[in-house]
Design a protein around this ligand. Structure first.
Ligand SMILES: Cc1cc2nc3c(=O)[nH]c(=O)nc-3n(C[C@H](O)[C@H](O)[C@H](O)COP(=O)(O)OP(=O)(O)OC[C@H]3O[C@@H](n4cnc5c(N)ncnc54)[C@H](O)[C@@H]3O)c2cc1C
Length: 806
């Protein structure tokens, strides 16, 4: 066994083996994998081995498609049979709502790059003769689905890595991790110590234990999961071909062929977490859990109804095994904040769909410093302290039980809520707010009419929120609205080196004292890393604000660049609340409420001032996402409730009205303002999305400068534009394809109804070749049909920006 190496990968399941292989594939060969028993000894050996590329997140989907292609690659390199059955797969719909969503998904696959097609019940029956299609409306077929041998695929990955120089130590238990003062690690095993630069937690079922060795909390919960293997079925034996992977979304089950019978897996409604505190070290390799046939009886009955011949075939074997779930079902990958050179690659629920994809992204991150494209959906830093043990269990169960639930974009799942509430929460509740969580904090989405239930109907079309949100928008454009924006992330950055540090980190010029600037963060590749707002409070003191759910993501980036700098970086998000008022009457309100002058010369647009508002000491920032004259007030949380009451009281005669995030998004959309995770992500560069106007290319040095300069003058395939869509009942949400006549021309990133301009609007990346021609008959596929669309040359509301500057 080596005593020194560059990377120790802990865990030899499908994920650890894939990480080992990808590190070598990308050029690092001094890497080892340590497995306490034999390869596959965790969840991997008893998996059903099904794989598919479909995922609602295009980047996850791209990685899954890549992962499927790796199986053949490693089979060739290693000579190890991976047992690949590329049968294709069908998602079937048995309700009208599901059928509509499946067709919507199919349209969006054009954007994601999945070559799927719709199939009729007759075609489904031909492909899978054992199905009862009597209530099936249709299905979605993807040829890039199937199943793989868990043993063969894991060994093929490990053998391929070994051929490239990696070493694999089985029957070797990692007992402890010692972090050295230089950031390197001593991996303590029962066979001796290994000194290394990086460790990767691929410990699957034991990821929590391996996390604890380094003081890291891993937000996962193992869940029990059953599948049955049937005896032989005549129709299967006589079938000329192999059954496709069948997913009955409404029945919450999956089925695939296994020899002359089938394997049927179920996601039952009464889920069972397993080993909620610790995973026993003596579990694994050949262990299975006791089947709970009573608990899965209803789910199995549904399976027998859908596939009637199963009832007669008999159950040959029942498998009940545990595998890990995160609160949102996505993996946990990337560097762990605060623990240098410690990498997470666990919580991978669908290891055979996702193993090589997450391994590729992680290996790029370790070797190149950043993964290719936006992988925030899988970033370990999307969770924070709010992901407590109870939170993780409740969310994990909710995800398991809703694995195939019809998920609408306006759905807010109820488990583990409320978790964090703002200081104004009770007041918002009294005014019938409908909430949604952001980084665990309940934030007001919209306000339901008094006397009605504060619940939004999940829908792909305009919901019951449409009318009230419209009223909120008009109140802001015509008078004054008030919103709790406490979820905004607030960072204080100060110290003797604060200026040089900030100047290097941000691609924009730093604001003067008392002023505010947009602050793009770039990756070394010149792609976007963040879209923050920078306020300069003193010569060497800044307040930086951004999207609240990115707190850990931002803090990690800040800290990674602060080595050797005399700079203090504090996340003040929870100790500071934030309330914003917006609308033409907001200055009148401020003049009555604030302790100082608030006219345009005293508090000009994009300036920040300390001032009392009522009894509360506030930092007032004159910025606006609504496109209206507006003020944000940052205040110690203890004052926030009284400040809110005071503003409502003083604003009463101006007709002040609370508004929520949905109205904010609609108002921002009318101004063509993009948002992070939609228009702005690491997939794009400043020049692609118009963020270049905030970049100071003349600055001598900042992260990503060289790449950003080269990119500024490059030709881009896509450009961010705004569209008006001719639609009367639904608006775009994201990733809808755009067509120019019948040619694919681009995709929507976000959409909303512009209530005060009375237009269905969307922001979209459109191929530049279609922007420069007269051939511009555009349409966008929204829900169930293509709807005509026009590219707008300017924002639909106040394109000159005079209202917010007034
Ligand atoms: C019944 C069932 C059916 C499933 N069906 C599918 C399916 O069809 N498709 C699909 O994609 N997924 C399926 N899964 C999920 C799949 O099994 C997991 O996503 C996958 O196995 C996770 O792999 P992993 O490598 O992350 O973890 P694991 O397989 O748990 O591997 C972790 C490894 O780390 C080792 N280890 C842990 N701690 C240490 C230590 N301290 N020192 C050394 N080694 C250590 C363990 O021994 C183990 O081998 C199924 C799961 C179950 C239970």
């Amino acid at each position: 066994m080596k005593e020194h190496t560059q990377v120790v990968v802990i865990g030899g399941g499908i994920v650890g083996a894939a990480v080992l292989y990808h590190l070598t594939k990308l050029g690092w060969s001094d890497v080892v994998l340590v497995e306490r028993k034999q390869l596959t000894a965790g969840s991997t050996w008893h998996a059903a081995g099904g794989f598919h590329a479909m995922n609602s997140d295009p980047n996850v989907s791209r990685l899954q498609a890549y992962g499927i292609s790796v199986y053949k690659e490693v089979e060739e390199i290693s000579g190890q049979d991976v047992g690949m059955h590329l049968t294709g797969g069908i998602n079937i719909a048995a309700t009208a709502e599901r059928w509509e969503v499946i067709r919507y998904e199919h349209a969006r696959h054009k954007v994601i790059g999945i070559d799927s097609h719709l199939v009729t019940p007759e075609e489904i029956k031909k492909l899978c003769p054992i199905i009862d299609t009597s209530n099936v409306i249709g299905g979605l077929f993807d040829g890039n689905e199937g199943n793989i041998d868990p043993y063969g695929s894991t060994h093929a990955l490990a053998k391929s890595a070994r051929k490239a120089g990696a070493e694999v130590y089985v029957n070797t238990m990692v007992e402890d991790l010692v972090h050295k003062s230089d950031g390197t690690w001593t991996v303590v095993t029962d066979k001796g110590n290994i000194h290394c630069e990086h460790v990767v937690n691929c410990a699957g079922l034991w990821a929590r234990e391996v996390g604890r060795m380094a003081g890291v909390d891993v937000p996962i919960i193992p869940m029990e999961h059953h599948y049955i293997l049937t005896g032989d079925i005549d129709e299967v034996r006589d079938f000329d071909g192999e059954l496709p992977m069948m997913i009955d979304l409404d029945g919450e089950m999956y089925l695939r062929q296994e020899q002359n019978g089938v394997l049927l897996g179920v996601y039952e409604k009464n889920s069972t977490p397993w080993s909620v505190d610790v995973t026993p070290w003596d579990y694994g390799e050949t262990d299975l859990l006791e089947p709970r046939l009573d608990d899965i009886g209803d789910a199995l009955m549904q399976g027998f109804e859908r596939f009637p011949s199963l009832a007669d075939a008999g159950i040959r074997r029942t498998v009940n095994g545990p595998f890990t779930f995160t609160p949102d079902g996505n993996p946990l990958i990337g560097p762990v904040r605060g623990v240098q050179n410690y990498w997470s690659c666990c919580g991978v629920m669908a290891g055979f769909s996702q193993g090589s994809g997450v391994a590729l992204a992680l290996s790029q991150w370790m070797i190149d410093g950043e993964p290719e494209g936006d992988v925030f959906a899988m970033d370990v830093n999307r969770f924070g302290a709010f992901a407590t043990k109870k939170f993780v269990i409740e969310k994990g169960m909710e995800f398991y039980e809703n694995r195939f639930k019809l998920l609408c974009p306006n759905d807010e799942w109820p488990a583990a809520r409320p978790n964090k509430v703002s200081a104004i929460h009770d007041r918002l509740q009294q005014t019938n707010a409908v909430f949604g969580p952001s980084f665990g904090l309940e934030t007001p989405l919209w306000f339901a009419p008094q006397g009605s239930e504060p619940i939004e109907t999940p829908s792909f079309r305009r919901s019951n929120a449409h009318g009230p949100v419209g009223e909120e928008c008009r109140a802001v454009r015509d008078g004054v609205g008030i919103i709790d924006i406490s979820s905004i992330a607030k960072y204080e950055i100060c110290g003797p080196d604060a200026v040089s540090y900030m100047d290097y980190l941000f691609a924009s010029r730093l604001p003067d004292i008392g002023r505010i600037r947009m602050g793009p963060l770039l990756l070394p590749s010149g792609h976007l890393k963040g879209d923050l707002t920078v306020m300069r409070l003193a010569a060497d003191k800044f307040m930086v604000t951004g999207s609240g759910y990115l707190q850990e993501f931002h803090m990690l980036w800040f800290e990674q660049h602060s080595a050797g700098k005399k700079v203090r970086i504090v996340n003040r998000t929870e100790e500071l609340s934030a309330i914003a008022i917006a609308g033409p009457a907001s200055r009148e309100l401020m003049s009555m409420a604030a302790s100082g002058d608030v006219d345009n010369s005293s508090i000009p647009f994009m300036s920040a001032h300390s001032m009392d508002v009522g009894l509360a000491p506030c930092l007032i920032a004159r910025i606006s996402f609504t496109g209206e004259l507006g003020y944000e007030m940052y205040v110690p949380t203890a004052y926030a409730g009284a400040l809110y009451d005071y503003l409502l009281d003083v604003g009463d005669k101006l007709g002040i009205r609370p508004f929520g995030i949905r109205a904010l998004v609609s108002l921002g959309m009318e101004k063509s303002f993009g948002i992070w995770s939609r228009e702005f992500t690491p997939d794009y560069t400043p020049a692609m999305c118009g963020f270049d106007r905030f970049v100071d290319y003349d600055k001598s040095n900042f992260v990503g400068r060289e790449a950003a300069l080269a990119d500024r003058d490059a030709d881009h395939v896509h450009k961010l534009v705004q569209l008006e869509i001719d639609s009367s009942d639904a608006d775009a949400w994201g990733y809808e394809p755009i067509w120019c006549k019948d040619e694919y021309a681009g995709f929507v990133t976000s959409g909303a109804y512009g209530h005060t301009v009375e237009k269905s609007l969307a922001l979209a990346y459109v191929k530049t070749e279609f922007l420069n021609t007269s051939n511009n008959e555009f349409s966008v596929h929204v829900v169930d049909e293509r709807r005509p669309a026009t590219i707008l040359t300017e924002a639909s509301c106040d394109p000159s920006g005079s209202r917010m500057r007034s």
